[in-house]
Design a protein around this ligand. Structure first.
Ligand code: 5GP
Ligand code: ZN
Length: 122
């Protein structure tokens, strides 16, 4: 756990969140400021700043995280098939538009148009 990290505090239940999935490695919860009808954040429970800090040893939980995406999307209102689907976004670093410095994957879905920051929804 990293002090002053809001996502570590969510993992530790020191801040509230609307959780939609949890296991030993990963946590998923609703974004506090949704940019699409479905907007879920998936994070590793341990603190890692961004995708720039990932190494080969991170492959197991990263693979698990990616494999979890379609399941969470389907369970939380993303429509299936070619007329539905979802977008995933992983902002990394300042140039990548990252605001919270704990690696997170956005799942965005639901009927368009979406009304949000262009960096995530365009
Ligand atoms: P970033 O721009 O870093 O990729 O995205 C950070 C995301 O975290 C934003 O979409 C923002 O709405 C969300 N967020 C920031 N603080 C909180 C919080 O305390 N709780 C939840 N659920 N989401 C948060
Ligand atoms: Zn953290």
């Amino acid at each position: 756990m990293s002090e002053n990290c809001i996502f570590c505090k969510i993992v530790a239940n020191e801040l509230p969140s609307k959780k939609v999935y949890e296991d030993d490695d990963l946590l998923a919860f609703l974004d506090i400021s949704p940019l699409a009808p479905v907007h879920i954040l998936v994070i590793p429970k341990h603190h890692i700043v961004s995708l720039q800090d990932v190494t080969d040893s991170d492959q197991p939980w990263l693979g698990k995280m990616m494999a979890l995406v379609p399941k969470l999307a389907a369970e939380n209102g993303c429509e299936p098939g070619p007329d539905g689907g979802f977008r995933i976004v992983v902002n990394s670093g300042q140039h990548g538009g990252q605001e919270v410095d704990h690696l997170h994957l956005h799942i965005l879905g639901g009927p368009r148009p979406w009304s949000g920051r262009a960096s995530l929804t365009a």
